[in-house]
Design a protein around this ligand. Structure first.
Ligand code: CP3
Length: 344
């Protein structure tokens, strides 16, 4: 493989000597060095906007584990913050926003100045571009409109995303206006990230699986397609990975309709099925169980080797099915990285 960047080669559809590996939420609370920097800025949103600190915590898992890709440290809820809906993270509660329940709440949001508000994230990317090892791919990201809207409408995380689902049914025109605004903001934000040095973009649609199929088409597939089209028309062919979590067999349709280059799959996915039904359409990424990464032992090693074996002949990005949890032992992460990077 001529290029030093394994992840970019694989996203072109090539099968390299081994799959690249990175992990969602690889920066964060499972690392003591993260907690040390994190404690210097108690307010999480301010922490995300502190480019020097954000770049530092992004680099921590690269130094410790040697992942093949680095995801910029930020959060999907910076977009509502930039649109004028203040976001706070309360200890033990999670994200807290002023819930948007009607048209007036949507009309108070504004694209004006949103990109400027998010410019510290682009500055973080520029710092990373200069600070990462040459073989490490730099990933930018955003939340997909549906998932971000679930927090904006409920004003917090909700177990089944019911407030946003109700609004989507009962106030469809208003909800569509919110999704349209998010679609524009997200596309512009991703374009700015690509211009600042992001080599791959990932769209997190964590709560896609809570929608009925017709709602999924409306609120996930259509906005994602529009984002992909707009990003491509401005930023060129920067690879885009979709992560509509929990949608199972609708993934072939999602890939065909949105045009994503990569598809991140969750832990519920049967990876033999994914190989046989998805990997000719998009590069599959996933899907080790984050809980297995906590448990460790033989089961973890077996699952890691199984994944490598299933995708032996196909382009594949080794990842988790969802983010690393804070209780994850560092040695288990190290073991998985070692198994993947010394494979074949
Ligand atoms: O390393 C990385 O993956 C990059 C950074 C990243 C964070 N959040 C940092 C973070 C990414 C990609 C995200 C995405 C994100 N944020 C998602 C989509 C992916 C997923 O995990 O489902 C969602 C739904 C959010 C919203 C969000 N941010 C929640 C629900 C929380 C948890 C609140 C809590 O206190 O547990 C966050 C906070 C957050 N984002 C943390 C980190 C490292 C932990 C906060 C801390 O350090 O105090």
């Amino acid at each position: 493989m001529s290029s030093q960047k394994l992840m970019l080669e694989v996203l072109k559809g090539k099968v390299g000597p081994r799959p690249p590996i990175w992990m969602m939420r690889q920066a964060g609370r499972h690392l003591p060095e993260y907690m040390e920097v994190r404690d210097t800025t108690p307010d999480f949103v301010s922490f995300c906007y502190d480019s020097a600190k954000a770049a530092e915590v992004t680099l921590q898992p690269i130094r410790r584990y040697g992942f093949d890709a680095s995801i910029v440290f930020a959060d999907i809820l910076l977009i509502p913050d930039a649109l004028g809906q203040n976001v706070a993270f309360d200890k033990g509660v999670g994200p807290v926003l002023e819930a948007i329940t009607d048209r007036a709440g949507i009309d108070r949001l504004s694209l004006d100045g949103a990109l400027e508000h998010l410019s510290p994230v682009c500055e973080t990317l520029r710092l990373l571009k200069a600070g990462l090892p040459p073989e490490t791919t730099l990933i930018g990201f955003a939340g997909a409109p549906w998932t971000v809207a679930t927090y904006m409408v409920a004003g917090r995380g909700t177990p089944a995303q019911t407030p946003a689902r109700i609004m989507a049914y009962a106030q469809e025109t208003d909800f569509a206006a919110l999704i349209d605004l998010l679609t524009e903001a997200t596309a512009d934000y991703l374009i700015a990230q690509a211009e600042a040095g992001a080599e791959v973009l990932q769209l997190f649609d964590t709560w896609a699986g809570s929608l009925s199929i017709s709602e999924f088409r409306k609120w996930c597939i259509v906005p994602t397609r529009r984002i992909v089209e707009k990003v491509r028309s401005v930023a060129g062919d920067v690879p885009i990975i979709g992560f509509p979590k929990g949608v199972g067999i609708v993934l072939p349709e999602f890939i065909a309709e949105t045009g994503v280059d990569g598809i991140s799959v969750d832990t519920n996915m049967d990876m033999v099925w994914a190989r046989d039904n998805l990997s000719d359409k998009a590069v599959v990424q996933g899907n080790l169980d984050p809980v297995l990464l906590v448990a460790g032992g033989d089961a973890l090693e077996r699952a890691t080797l199984d994944l490598l074996d299933i995708f032996r002949e196909r382009p594949f990005i080794f990842n988790l099915g969802h983010g690393i949890t804070p209780e994850t032992p560092i040695d288990n992460v190290k073991r998985v990285v070692e198994l993947v990077q010394t494979w074949r």
